[in-house]
Write a protein that binds this ligand. Structure first.
Ligand SMILES: O=C(O)CCC(=O)c1ccccc1C(=O)O
Ligand SMILES: [Mg+2]
Length: 368
């Protein structure tokens, strides 16, 4: 592969309803959509999942654009890649900025799979034809959150995740469990607690949660190891795991029993496979997280989630969960609690150029 032209589309889309976590309330979502055209005319798509401000990780939409325009795209445009696994390695001179790196790496995977005329899922080593859908319920009043859970269950979702934060934890889960004693349920704290809250987190053990996601600091694996020894509920790490090396260290320390892999967070699909393979070897289940993304990143997540060790339903919901209209055609839908893994070449969805144009605020071109 030799990329001859890369276009960045900066989009802005309003969520169908605001989404609140312990850290931030998101109402509109800016995204960096990467369109990579290969010398043979094949076009691949990727998406940068950094947010407009650095509340989840340090990257932002603007830092992603800067990294892509000034560092990453010039590297890609002057290279011949035999395989997409070479892309992440070609960025080795550039520290971190994994969301920016993933955006372009994923576009190269899409080009590669399209050249082979194979679905991206099978190129990655995926074995599933459909993946189980999970819904995330943002922070709101307890009655509103219960109502959202009703709707999600009626729509067939197989697993529910609720956001929690200090003061919005025990009572919330208690109320949910009163109505739904057995639904597969988990809680995501987005790093809102410290070890001083260990008793509070321990009190959640009674509710039979599948896991508690990222209870402690976003860059921590030490305190999480201490906490995991104190609580029975499995800890799942999200923010703390940015690479296969991070995962290895966390597993060696006993910081978690489950890992949430977001291809966008870990630098792309090659690193996703590495973390997946490591966890498979260590008997650690993984699942695919979401980033309030458009269908382009969702399509990549879907391909990743078709790998064998993605055994827990992820944050994979229908396009309509967050968007009035998505950028891809067809949109992602949930049927009987499942999302079908597409069988077309590459990401298996068409990018709808009319919709992409409608939501694009700015476009940047680079070519050699
Ligand atoms: O449904 C989704 O797309 C994921 C929702 C979610 O939990 C989330 C959304 C934005 C940023 C971080 C997270 C998270 O998993 O922590
Ligand atoms: Mg999370």
């Amino acid at each position: 592969m030799r990329l001859k032209k890369i276009t960045l589309h900066l989009t802005e889309m309003e969520l169908v309803q605001p989404f609140e976590s312990s850290l931030e309330r998101v109402e509109t979502r800016e995204s960096v959509i990467v369109e990579a055209e290969n010398s043979d005319g094949t076009v691949g798509w990727g998406e940068g999942v950094a947010f407009s401000s650095p509340w989840y990780t340090e990257e932002t939409v603007k830092t992603s654009l800067h990294m892509l325009q000034d560092f990453l795209i010039p590297i890609c445009l002057h290279r011949e890649y035999r395989h997409p696994e070479e892309v992440h390695a070609s960025f080795s001179g550039i520290k971190r900025n994994r969301m920016a790196k993933a955006a372009i790496e994923m576009a190269v995977w899409d080009v590669y799979a399209k050249q082979l005329n194979r679905p991206l899922s099978s190129v990655l080593g995926g074995t599933r034809e459909a993946v189980e859908a999970g819904m995330v319920i943002g922070l709101d009043t307890i009655p509103s959150m219960l109502k959202s859970i009703d709707h999600a269950l009626a729509a067939g979702y197989k697993r529910l995740k609720v956001k929690i934060k200090p003061g919005y934890d025990f009572d919330l889960i208690h109320e949910i469990r009163k109505q739904y004693p057995y639904i597969p349920l988990m809680a995501d704290a987005n790093s809102a607690y410290t070890l001083e809250d260990a008793d509070k987190l321990k009190s959640l053990d009674d509710f039979g949660l599948m896991m508690i996601e990222q209870p402690l600091a976003s860059d921590d694996i030490i305190d999480h190891a201490v906490l995991q020894k104190m609580v029975n509920t499995p800890i799942c790490l999200d923010e703390s795991i940015e690479s296969a090396e991070d995962a290895r260290k966390a597993l060696d320390l006993g910081s978690c029993k489950i890992i949430n892999i977001k291809p966008g967070r870990v630098g792309g699909l090659a690193e996703t496979i590495k973390i997946h393979d490591l966890c498979l070897k260590r008997n650690i289940p993984v699942w695919c997280g979401g980033m309030l993304e458009t269908g382009i990143s969702r399509a990549h997540n879907l391909a990743a989630a078709s790998l064998p060790n993605f055994t827990i339903p992820g944050d994979l919901s229908a396009s309509s969960r967050y968007w009035k209209e998505d950028l891809i055609s067809p949109e992602v839908t949930v049927q009987n609690g499942l999302v079908a893994v597409p069988s077309g070449a590459g990401i298996g969805f068409e990018v709808d150029r009319k919709k992409l144009g409608k939501y694009t605020k700015q476009t940047f071109h680079a070519s050699n």
